[in-house]
Design a protein around this ligand. Sequence first.
Ligand code: FAD
Length: 469
Amino acid sequence: MSNHRDAASQNFLDTATTTALWLDQLGEIQQRPALDGNVDVDVAIVGGGFSGLWTAYYLRQLDPTVRIAIIEKHFCGYGASGRNGGWAEGGLAVGPEKYSQWSSMDAAMRLVHAMYDSVDEIGRVVRAEDIYCGYAKGGWIRLARNGPQDRRLRDEMAEPDAHGTLLSAEQARGYLNATDVRSGAYTPHCAAIDPARLVRGLADAVEREGVTIYEDTSVASIDERETEANIIRTNKGTVRADVVVRATEAYTRDLIGERRALLPVYSLMVATEPLPDAMFDEIGLADRPTFSDDRFMVIYGQRTEDNRLAFGGRGVPYLFGSAISEQAETHDDSHALIRETLIEMLPVIKDVQFTHRWGGVLGIPRDWVPGLRFDSASGLGVLGGYVGEGVAAANLAGRTMAELIHGEPTERTDLPWVGHTVRNWEPEPFRWLGVRSSRRILAAADDREYASDRDAKLAYRISKFLKGA
Ligand SMILES: Cc1cc2nc3c(=O)[nH]c(=O)nc-3n(C[C@H](O)[C@H](O)[C@H](O)COP(=O)(O)OP(=O)(O)OC[C@H]3O[C@@H](n4cnc5c(N)ncnc54)[C@H](O)[C@@H]3O)c2cc1C
């Protein structure tokens, strides 16, 4: 990409706040006290994002006597959970075909429906716990904006149990009046939320229920049962626990021995100032559906409760050695491109101010298949690997993890993502070479499809392969 930016783009890069919109709007975050010495609990959860907090929430609902500690390196919501696009979407990173490979299509479809239910379940809990996070179940509008996208969307929507309903160009523009719309697909199974308010509200809720949260406490290692208990070693002391749940997603690479478990990949976002109602008369998004188009390099947007557009995309190159670097969160070229992409979709916003730009890191397992597992003999549980679609998935995974720990079978504990294991990523430099070249192929394919209206077959095969179909 060229470094010769126009003045508006450069001004945006120079002036936008680089804290996530949602965290910025919370004001100063008071960290909870750190661990101070050694403690014994029944269940210790490493990571205070959605995965860890939902596990704690449901476990206390099942057994109010269980002693739970959450250990968080920074503050609850520091990771992807406090910075994401705010789509609580009832889909997973891979389709049911993938899960049916080791179960059955019926079982995989039960997982699909459990994911749909998780969107409503989040709505139920935010009402029950009085968590104000602007939850609006307006669905998801997905646009096809060139010939290849249109053909792919039509094929996908013709499948039995498709995740959405095909719309004509006119119907799709009724949801979002973007440029070049050829067709669209709509699913009601998605809610727009303010993720930081949800994750912080959830932390308060579990604390009210009696869970202890240690913030500013970094876990170095999780050691399997030495005698009776598992041992978590932190920079502030040791936690002994019968059960330990690892909910560290992209940051798992920092735990001793886990460098290659999940690939950390950056996703970046921008947000506009609040826009006037008259502008939304032109744009649409009346019921706040989340929106995207069907390019290979994922983009995602929402109309926030205070009438901004928050919009993101992947694009920052993978960093050698699975490095995580705060610098990557403000990658100028990616932020400039994300802003330009939104303006290209909605030219009416070309003069509005973009007030925020930020990024976060998500975790990708080697097979791209999100899942969870709990071994009752060792007392170790792991959940995540959501590939950037973890807001609703972490609710279902956390609830299921709680049920597995509690030990009573439910309609969730035998879903086909339970017990899923995955091998580690390749050592470097193979990981770097593979990830960087796939990214280059997909980005180039998007450009080619827009320019030529011809299908990029290799990119399509790669993306189908990754999604397991
Ligand atoms: C920019 C962006 C946009 C996204 N948009 C969406 C979206 O719109 N919809 C969607 O479904 N998904 C989205 N995702 C993905 C989604 O946010 C994640 O899948 C989800 O939040 C994962 O939750 P988690 O609790 O598993 O992980 P995290 O939220 O990353 O939490 C992990 C926590 O563990 C802590 N931790 C890590 N290591 C240690 C340690 N050693 N010791 C102590 N604590 C530790 C971290 O500090 C962190 O708080 C997006 C992600 C990003 C980055």
